[in-house]
Ligand binder design. Structure first.
Ligand SMILES: [Zn+2]
Length: 161
């Protein structure tokens, strides 16, 4: 069955993963890689009900984007040039209180290579700054739910002049 939440669709079935029956999900419609739902929610197993599985897809796999307007708020702006409404990166493994966010233009000013928009989740020691639903913290690298990651990817690389 297809589940729509926050503009993202995911397919969910109770099917076989290897030789075990599990709730499995397909996150990319053009892929055939079904992933067990317990990867995203350890509370889910083959005895979980359909409603529990749907809820896990919505809450844990797709999740919630940051608050409306967060991309242009003072909480999400480049620490160097104050750019807003653009993709930002944070320092990997730095305490939240000391986080400085940096935009692509400022990162490029420190290095030779251009930032590749299609392959830039990690740039050197920086990772995509994907905010949690409160907007006050960030998801761990590669652990952001789909809606939060989609929010980040939809932001432009540079401020529109
Ligand atoms: Zn900047």
């Amino acid at each position: 069955m297809r589940i729509e939440h926050n503009g993202i669709s995911v397919y969910l079935v109770l099917g076989f993963h290897g030789d075990k029956r599990e709730w499995i999900v397909l996150t990319k419609p053009d892929s055939d890689q079904w992933i067990p739902l317990y990867y995203f929610d350890p509370a889910i197993d083959s005895s979980s009900s359909r409603d529990e599985a749907i809820e896990a897809v919505k809450a844990r796999l797709i999740g919630e984007p940051p608050p409306t307007g967060h991309a242009t708020s003072s909480a999400y702006c480049c620490g160097k040039c104050e750019a807003r409404g653009v993709r930002l990166w944070r320092d990997y493994q730095t305490f939240l209180e000391r986080q400085t966010l940096t935009c692509a233009t400022c990162i490029e000013s420190e290095r030779v290579e251009k930032v590749d928009p299609d392959n830039c989740d990690q740039i050197g020691w920086r990772v995509a700054a994907v905010p949690t639903p409160s907007g006050k913290s960030y998801w761990g690298y590669t652990s952001g739910p789909m809606a939060a990651v989609a929010w980040w990817r939809a932001l432009p690389m540079r401020e529109v002049q």
